[in-house]
Design a protein around this ligand. Structure first.
Ligand SMILES: [Fe+2]
Length: 422
């Protein structure tokens, strides 16, 4: 194998793969494997070795179906079930990330490790770019091992033994409160109670230590007072997110990224709106709960033959609310209000509802002949902004599927019935 450039590291030898490092810190473009194939174990082992080495690996020109994406994911572990991001129809474990003029990258512009806000976060993520904008919409990954290693020795020592609260409310709380009100906020927090993780985590496979706080969800360091915690977190995050610790990936259609969430963080770049972008992502669970004592990380017990692990099972104290899975009875009071506008007054005549005329006009401009009723617009307006674009896109798709030129409340209800809570 050959490398276009090498850093100071000793790079692994592969039998099947070629690796081209993307930066001096992390990331490599990998060739030599067609991910749509039913790959042999030795190829999978090499891909995993490349992942441990480069922390995020990229593949070009990987046309594949959702079924093939899922087969690939299963070779690396257990997929996570539906969460708050929409799912691909028929695949509750595949996250649908669809952006257009109504829905652009929201909170994902803040650096994060996937699902760190659960007791058992994701170990890996496999993200496919199906339709990608030209030029924009890159993703940045940050090497949190390098961020830790480049701190001074006294600082590294100080961080040992500290723990931090991880909560979705840091990133999404204000938007949910503003758009959906107290009920939607309460609902989000019931589904996602704050969890605590160590500030420094030792990678269970490489043994190397990583900084385990992030911009999106780390609200405070529990052992410090608030002022100290704010100042220390600000310093750690600023120190971490610098180009010397990062790589940046330019997506094309059919690019695939696979990353190790235990030692990296990533963020999207919101520079492509209103262009269309479609991505499918499968999160793979980590059955180890990050712990101050890395030799005794609690292990998640789960059914290894299951199709996926439910997100509520990834909390030690199971949230009382659950996500809906297609084909099952909806969970009681599952809080779909935050995403569907359910709970809004049901108008007798949806055409007679008063709605912000600017919002209605915007909805009815350039929507392929689709007319939104005022009632549908009023309900869509109640959805927090971060979820609204996806809801509008789903309503348009459903109306087109039903052959309806009108996006009305019945269409909204049909979308909600399909995606309740997911
Ligand atoms: Fe992410």
């Amino acid at each position: 194998m050959s490398y276009l450039f090498t850093s100071q590291r000793d790079l692994p030898e592969f039998r099947h793969l070629e690796a081209e490092p993307l930066s001096g810190a992390l990331g490599a473009t990998i060739s030599g494997a067609n991910l749509a194939d039913d790959l042999a174990q030795d190829v999978i082992d090499e891909i995993y070795a490349a992942l441990l080495e480069f922390k995020v690996i990229f593949f070009r020109d990987q046309e594949m179906t959702d079924e093939q994406h899922l087969r690939l994911a299963r070779k690396f572990g257990m997929p996570q079930g539906p969460g708050s991001i929409p799912q691909v129809e028929g695949y509750p474990m595949i996250r649908l990330q669809r952006m257009d003029e109504y829905q652009t990258i929201g909170g994902d512009v803040n650096y994060h490790t996937d699902d760190i806000f659960r007791d058992y976060p994701s170990r890996m993520s496999i993200l496919r770019g199906l339709t990608m904008p030209t030029g924009g919409g890159n993703t940045i990954w940050c090497d949190m091992e390098k961020a830790y290693a480049s701190l001074s020795k006294p600082m590294r020592k100080f961080l040992e033994g500290l723990t931090a609260e991880q909560t979705l409310s840091k990133n999404f709380g204000p938007g949910i409160l503003e758009g959906g009100g107290a009920r939607a906020y309460e609902d989000m927090m019931k589904r996602n109670p704050p969890v605590v993780h160590p500030v420094v985590r030792r990678h269970p496979e490489t043994g190397r230590k990583c900084l385990y706080v992030c911009q999106m969800t780390t609200s405070r360091i529990l052992e410090l007072n608030q002022d100290e915690s704010d100042a220390l977190l600000a310093m750690l995050l600023e120190h971490s997110y610098q180009p010397e610790h990062e790589c940046r990936f330019f997506w094309r259609d059919n690019s695939v990224a696979i990353w190790d969430n235990r030692c990296t963080q990533h963020r999207g770049i919101n520079d492509f709106s209103p262009a269309f972008r479609l991505m499918h992502r499968i999160p793979i669970i980590d059955d180890r709960r990050p712990s101050l004592n890395p030799d005794e990380e609690p292990r998640l017990e789960y059914d290894r033959n299951a199709d996926f692990i439910r997100v509520e099972d990834l909390f030690v104290n199971k949230p009382e609310l659950t996500y809906h899975v297609d084909g099952e009875e909806p969970a009681q009071g599952n809080g779909a209000a935050a995403e569907s506008g359910n709970g809004a007054a049901q108008p007798e005549d949806e055409h007679a509802v008063e709605v912000d005329p600017g919002f209605l006009n915007k909805l009815n401009e350039n929507r392929h002949g689709m007319v939104f009723t005022p009632g549908a617009a009023a309900r869509l307006k109640k959805i927090p902004r971060m979820f609204r674009g996806a809801a509008i896109s789903a309503v348009i798709a459903e109306a087109q599927k039903q052959g309806s030129a009108e996006a009305n409340i019945a269409i909204l209800d049909a979308v909600q019935a399909k995606r309740r809570g997911g």
